[in-house]
Design a protein around this ligand. Sequence first.
Ligand code: GP9
Ligand code: MN
Length: 696
Amino acid sequence: MGFTTLLVVLFWLKTLVAYFVDFKLGLSDPFQFLIVLLNPIATTVLLFGLALYLKRARFFYPFIFLIDILNSLLLYINVIYFREFTDFMTVSTMLGYSKVDQGLSGSSLALTSPHDILYWLDLVIVIVLMLTRRIYIDPRPVNKRVALAVTSAGLLAFSVNLTLGEMDRPQLLTRTFDRTYVVKYLGLDAFTVYDGIKSGHTSELRSHAKKSELSGILKYIHGNYAAPDKNLYGVAKKKNVIIIHLESFQQFLINKKINGQEVTPFLNKLYKSKSTYSFDNFFHEVGQGKTSDAETMLETGTYGLSQGSLFTQLGNDNTFQAAPAIFDQAGYTTAVFHGNVGSFWNRNNTYKNLGYQYFFDASYYDTSGDKSLGYGLKDKLLFNDSVKYLQHLQQPFYVKYLTVSNHFPFSLDSEDSTFKTPNTGDKTVDNYFKTANYLDQSIKEFYHYLDKSGLAKNSLVMIYGDHYGISNSSNKSLAKLLGVDPDDWNDYDNAQLQRVPLMFNMPGYKKGKIEHTYGGEVDVLPTLLHLMGMNSKKYLQFGTDMFSKEHNQVVAFRNRDWESPGYTSVDGTIYSNKTQQEIHPTGKLKAKIDKMQAHVNEGLSLSDSLNTKNLLRFYHPKGFTAVDPSDYNYSDGLQKSEKLEKKLGLKSTSLFSRNGDKSTQGLYKTDAPELNHKETDSNRIKITNQDDTSGK
Ligand code: GP9
Ligand code: MN
């Protein structure tokens, strides 16, 4: 009993370290403080108390250690996860973890902190004390009645906890759209169990879903439809679409100077060019799925999930009516270029369901030695090394480049940059400008090639930032650089920083400008389709064309906060954008705000039900052929495109064919120092291609 108590107390203490040092639980009053102090006790007593049922010492000790180690591991991975995502790890994230762990190894190391030793120290000390016999192994079994009493005490403590929680936050468990609440009131273990039950429930949901559930969704989407602006509909008809995904790139980088030097001079030029429609009130809307959420929204016009990543959870078997398939059926070739391993975010499977014909992942590039960083091939090399694949694709094409160098922890090798970073005292913030500058240079080099190869004049280049790079916990260090007093920094400011760039660049076009319309990632697909002269009406998309006069400017964040031209809502608090102050709306204004909130809630939950219940399998838009993922194999992209070139002969529209069957690689100019590095055996990422069964 004494030993169990000791372990329980030690575990309780380190949970408190996590609560008060690492997790931001948002404790607003002494009552909540009390609940947080108590909540680890109940579940720890319940779990550790299980060992008391084992009568023999040689079972009891290993078992209680096992529980302690597993529980410490759960606590610790949540600490690490929280530092990057400001959120807790769901069971589905954990189950999908193997799909995303590549490369995380690099940054999880950077996410550790010296005090992390506290999460393991107790176990080490207890083991040392046992080995040195300061703590004796006690062979006397605990009476079964005592074990039962401990369990009952644990259960009682838990119900007290739940009651206190419900008192402070009614409907705690029924409304859980915010994981922090559950952890705050019930603790991490309870959250994990609760979440596990919920995931089981989702798979149940899918098997019972019916076609009739589509009707509410259809009603919402038809009611929201925004007809295209006639002047812009089809301006990019038949052009190639080149999408450049700017990793972790926020809008504040545009036109930003550090030590008098522009961070992204090339993008700045594109941003204000007459050949570009740029948006300065465009927001990312990602949740835990980060990059993959951005991809979900841009490719499908539906939101990511409220927890975890849609790609990893549903990407294997969901039905989509997504951009790659829509473009494919309009005669386009579709491809993704990405220098990370294909299984990251489960892309290798999800892309097949989206209808991508080609996926050039890390296995297509030399990523050895210094050529890659934790998340894959450096951007300058990605663009350069993709030419040999791009030039064989039939035009028109719809292609996407997923960059990676500007990713947390924002490290580069010294030979890659001479950019002078600021000095905020926060390394993450400082280095962010350097990697953003590197990304800018890589795009400049790519554009040079687009010009030289002639691609520029028949392409629409869409450039966007996927999500924040600087997380809310570092925003205070950033504040100074943005000319704001860090002490005045608040939730309103955090929300404003979720702006990311969105540009539609059509080289040669003259009527571009900077648009101030508010919009988010879910709005991109209908906007793009209309520019291409493609009808979006028959598809179930939750956003609307941002160029349309009927476009709804309320932007939903994944946690149900929202942004609009006049007001910002964070955690139920409303701010006026004009005064940047908190307001307490009444009367007409309150009704208006409530309506905006209801719109946000409805859109998110209908999108969730569409995706989690896989309702698109019941929906058949006219003229759209369902995607068959088994049509695709991503291991022989080059051979496949070359074969097609030969078959088409004179009709081939690939850049290579149009260039008299000569490579265009010579037109590419890059100053990437790694170009001269020999291929080595060392690699910062692990390379696999699951479609490659050749055994090589
Ligand atoms: C990895 C890259 C990063 O392949 O897309 O994803 P993120 O960590 O930003 O979600
Ligand atoms: Mn990303």
